[in-house]
Design a protein around this ligand. Structure first.
Ligand code: AP5
Length: 193
């Protein structure tokens, strides 16, 4: 199984990716978590990414692709992955596809978690009180949402046109969202063979 969760900041990608990966016994890979880890450790990747993340902007593709190539191939070889936060632009999706297709490890399905903007802001600002994430402030959240609209939203059409997109209402309790994702994956199981 090779799944991707797409959605705006705060849509629940990390929460659902963790639960779905656990359910199927595959690896959960979060580009945001990996980047935060690099920043915390002060690695060259972390130093290249830090300022972009603090402003709520996307880290350059080359940095992200470099960071993820190894973990993605390893996860696919170990039975699959649930990806969250990558790809985040059509350019990243195309670059990832070019690398993955020869190895047979490209994304099979993208799950879009749809949540209204006001709910997204409320979730992230609430999390900001305890998360310690420098990008969980009102100003930066608004910037992240604008970046999402401009740079990530076009990904939905990219996967829709390839008949690889599942849409789930993410504006419900966590367990209900998970249940809907699992039902839809079951319906689309032919694409996961
Ligand atoms: P990243 O870490 O990917 O952040 P994000 O996309 O902004 O998403 P969040 O982590 O805020 O939200 P989420 O959708 O995962 O929701 P979560 O489950 O956490 O990226 C951070 C930065 O890294 C980017 O801005 C960029 O700079 C850089 N970056 C990352 N990937 C990149 C890439 N590919 N290319 C370039 N740059 C990249 O939930 C949010 C909150 O809501 C939590 O408190 C949670 O408990 C709560 N919640 C979850 N589900 C529900 C629910 N159903 N009901 C109520 N509350 C809920």
């Amino acid at each position: 199984m090779r799944l991707l969760l797409v959605g705006a900041p705060g849509a629940g990608k990390g929460t659902q990716a963790r639960l779905i990966a656990q359910h199927f016994g595959v690896v959960h890979l979060s580009s945001g978590e990996l980047l935060r880890d690099h920043v915390a450790k002060g690695t060259p990747i972390g130093r290249a990414a830090q300022a972009y993340m603090a402003r709520g902007e996307l880290v350059p593709d080359a940095v992200v692709l470099d960071m993820l190539r190894g973990p993605l191939v390893a996860a696919a070889a170990a039975g699959g992955y649930v990806l969250d936060g990558f790809p985040r632009t059509v350019e990243q999706a195309e670059a990832a596809y070019d690398v993955a297709k020869d190895l047979g490890v490209s994304v099979q399905l993208a799950v879009y978690l749809k949540v209204a903007r006001e709910a997204l802001i409320a979730r992230i600002v609430a999390r900001g009180e305890s998360s310690g994430r420098v990008d969980d402030t009102l100003d930066v959240v608004e910037r992240r949402l604008d970046v999402y609209d401009k740079q990530t939203r076009p990904l939905l059409d990219y996967y829709r046109e390839r008949e690889r997109l599942i849409t789930v209402n993410g504006d419900r309790p966590v367990e209900e969202v998970t249940r809907s994702v699992l039902v839809q994956l079951q319906r689309a199981r032919k694409l996961l063979d």
